[in-house]
Design a protein around this ligand. Structure first.
Ligand code: SAM
Length: 253
């Protein structure tokens, strides 16, 4: 039987507490998942803690114990994603949640086809479901829609991905401060304008390439998050061999 994880943000979750389940959670647990009294489930408080709980009856669960936090990364990665058409944003939200992103900031830039959205609540639900599915202890925040200029005005440790950039990701990465939240900025289907790239550069944001092929925006988001997480997790090794890395040429296949 697979582990069931539920985010409960409507009651105080702590060891020994008996919690009355919400209507939605009761439906999910008993009608969809077919759980029964005495079954064990896992409760996430959304603030980074996970608890083992027992179903007492069709309305209540009892918190038995707190679990050790092993699933949340200490890395602070924030994905800034230009508004994409169709269901591509759903995909980006779901996959970036699995990859451990702490926050997602949707934004509008010059070449976005869509200039507004009513999907923020939907994306918050997707982030919550994806967190439950992959066992994360916190749900990434989904910010309200911003404008590109507004976004770059406060980012002080950011990487903007531009298909025409000459510097490889590793060079830009080595100039970042990894002890601070790191913002990754991915453009819309039509890409960033030169003016936008220069404005970001003027604000101290690093511009980086993801290789010679032009990736779809949703692919670029997931690929950049994966590569940067990998680099951050291996930063000690990179620091030691930085000169070796710089000495090698990075060739695309
Ligand atoms: N319209 C552009 C073109 O055809 O030249 C491509 C835009 S691309 C589909 C969408 C976004 O993904 C870009 O704004 C950029 O942020 C990112 N991206 C895609 N491929 C990239 C690459 N090779 N290097 C850096 N960023 C890339």
């Amino acid at each position: 039987m697979s582990e069931i994880r539920l985010f409960i943000d409507y009651a105080k979750v702590s060891k020994g507490n008996i919690i009355e389940l919400s209507k939605g959670d009761k439906k999910y647990l008993f009608n969809v998942l077919r759980r029964l009294p005495d079954d064990i489930i896992f409760i996430l408080d959304g603030k980074g803690k996970s608890f083992k709980a027992k179903i007492i009856d069709k309305n209540h669960i009892k918190i038995i114990d707190e679990e050790e936090n092993i699933k949340e990364s200490h890395l602070d990665l924030i994905l800034c994603q230009a508004l994409l058409k169709g269901e591509k944003m759903d995909f980006v939200i779901q996959k970036s949640t699995e990859l451990g992103v702490k926050k997602i900031i949707p934004f509008i830039s010059e070449r976005c086809v869509l200039k507004s959205t009513n999907k923020i609540e939907r994306w918050r639900r997707i982030a919550k479901e994806s967190s439950e599915q992959c066992g994360r202890l916190v749900v990434p925040e989904i910010d309200s829609l911003e404008n590109f200029d507004e976004l770059i005005s406060y980012i002080d440790n950011g990487l903007l991905f531009w298909e025409k950039a000459e510097s490889p990701l590793i060079d830009a990465f080595l100039s970042l401060n990894i002890s601070k939240p790191l913002f990754l900025i991915v453009g819309p289907e039509g890409g960033f304008s030169l003016k936008e790239v220069n404005n970001a550069l003027g604000k101290g944001i690093k511009i980086a390439s993801l290789g010679r092929r032009i990736l779809r925006a949703d692919t670029a988001a997931i690929f950049s998050l994966s590569v940067v997480s990998f680099l951050l997790q291996n930063y000690d090794i990179i620091e030691v061999s930085e000169n070796d890395i710089k000495g090698k040429s990075f060739k695309d296949s």
